[in-house]
Design a protein around this ligand. Structure first.
Ligand SMILES: N[C@@H](CCC(=O)N[C@@H](CS)C(=O)NCC(=O)O)C(=O)O
Length: 237
């Protein structure tokens, strides 16, 4: 794993590699990492210090956000759903997006329904830091979780896309990894199908390969919420 780049621009991407501009604790970047690993795509990771972005980063990601990817012929692709779809279509191996148009639309609708969850996470993290009451935020979060429970019950399958892991599972997973640090496990007890999905996902090889231990996450959140410039490097050698 590389340390965060602060000032040096990177040269061209070597032939046969994808370069991912990332931040280790970013749930959107984790989507890209999951897809890269699941499809066995050769890649390198450049971690960006989002509290101190180098100027050149805006050439690699016009909105200044991670993830973005760069190909060896200089193409830049950004926004996590677009990055993941590109990787799935441009590379061989297991297809993660269903070919059936309705199944594909269903996955996108589910993602849309769950999309507002990251800001709730951040609000919970900040409320916890300030010792504020998180009950209202947790109930907002629970409403999102119930939608997922309904989707799994309707589908009656182990994963959101059917019998095996597909793109929607990798798009949703990063929001579930830091669950315990926000004290949200009790909510998952009330959505048993989501809980069973969560436990299954923990066994997925790409999830295992990109997993960040809760205590590392917790320390990152503490440092990040204190505006510590080194937060994104927490845990690196
Ligand atoms: N819609 C974007 C969101 C990406 C995003 O918000 N990334 C955050 C890190 S988790 C970021 O780069 N933040 C930098 C900033 O806001 O300046 C996606 O899905 O890729």
């Amino acid at each position: 794993m590389t340390t965060s780049e602060r000032s040096l621009s990177k040269g061209p991407v070597p032939q046969g590699l994808i370069r991912l501009y990332s931040m280790r604790f970013c749930p959107f970047a984790q989507r890209a990492r999951l897809v890269l690993v699941a499809k066995g795509i050769k890649h390198e990771v450049v971690n960006i210090n989002l509290k101190n972005k180098p100027d050149w980063f805006f050439e690699k990601s016009p909105l200044g956000l991670v993830p973005s990817i760069e190909t060896s012929d200089g193409k830049i692709i950004y926004e996590s759903p677009i990055v993941c779809e590109y990787l799935d279509e441009a590379f061989p191996g297991t297809r993660l997006i269903p070919s059936d148009p309705y199944a594909k639309a269903e996955q996108k609708m589910l993602l849309e329904a769950f999309s507002a969850v990251t800001p709730i996470y951040h609000k919970i993290a900040f409320a916890m830091k300030n010792n504020e009451d998180t009950a209202e935020l947790k109930s907002q979060f629970f409403e999102k979780l119930k939608k997922l429970e309904e989707a799994l019950a309707k589908k009656n399958s182990p994963y959101f896309g059917g019998e095996s892991v597909s793109m929607i599972d990798y798009m949703l997973w990063p929001s579930f990894e830091p669950f315990c640090i926000f004290g949200l496990e009790d909510l998952m007890e009330k959505t048993p199908q989501v809980k069973a999905w969560h436990d299954r996902m923990l066994q997925d090889p790409a999830v295992k390969a990109t997993f960040i231990e809760p205590e590392v996450f917790l320390e990152f959140y503490k440092l990040y919420s204190q505006d510590n410039l080194d937060a994104v490097d927490y845990g690196l050698n």
